[in-house]
Design a protein around this ligand. Structure first.
Ligand code: SF4
Ligand code: SF4
Length: 132
């Protein structure tokens, strides 16, 4: 499944999810460690660290629109996401938009924590001490 395209609800809420945090990528969206490095060096993607008592793992996802505040997604523009649906990160594609006001949009599939474990096992990231 490619994922959920924007709905009329998404247009009305003007990308609330994208204005908060970018969705997570999976290693399978990149072909190699070199591809990940090139994506990060382009400034369009970044590596974040999930760190609490249950997990210490990194995830690649689009860079923030506002890196100082750590909010928003660099690919979000006035008219929505600049990426076509198949090119969007897994976490973006798998967020099922709510159907009615007052409901929650539902993340489906591989969670960000599971993605973090996949990234750590992928061999596509530099040693973790370089990111700390
Ligand atoms: S998925 Fe939900 S939060 Fe994101 S744009 Fe659509 S309705 Fe808004
Ligand atoms: S890549 Fe697109 S869909 Fe995903 S958070 Fe950024 S603007 Fe939203």
């Amino acid at each position: 499944m490619t994922g959920y395209p924007e709905t009329e609800m998404c247009k009305r809420c003007e990308g609330e999810c994208c204005r908060l945090q970018p969705g997570h990528c999976l290693p399978s969206e990149f072909e190699s460690a070199a591809a990940v490095r090139a994506a990060v060096e382009s400034g369009k993607y970044t590596i974040i660290l999930l760190l609490d008592s249950h997990i210490m793992a990194r995830v690649v996802r689009p860079h923030y629109k506002d890196p100082g505040q750590r909010t928003g997604c660099t690919f979000l523009h006035e008219n929505g996401c600049e990426l076509p649906l198949p090119a969007r990160p897994y976490g973006c594609r798998m967020l099922r938009p709510r159907e009615r006001d007052g409901e929650h949009c539902k993340p489906e599939g591989v969670s960000i924590e599971e993605a973090g474990r996949m990234w750590e096992q992928s061999g596509y990231l530099p040693p973790i001490w370089k990111c700390l």
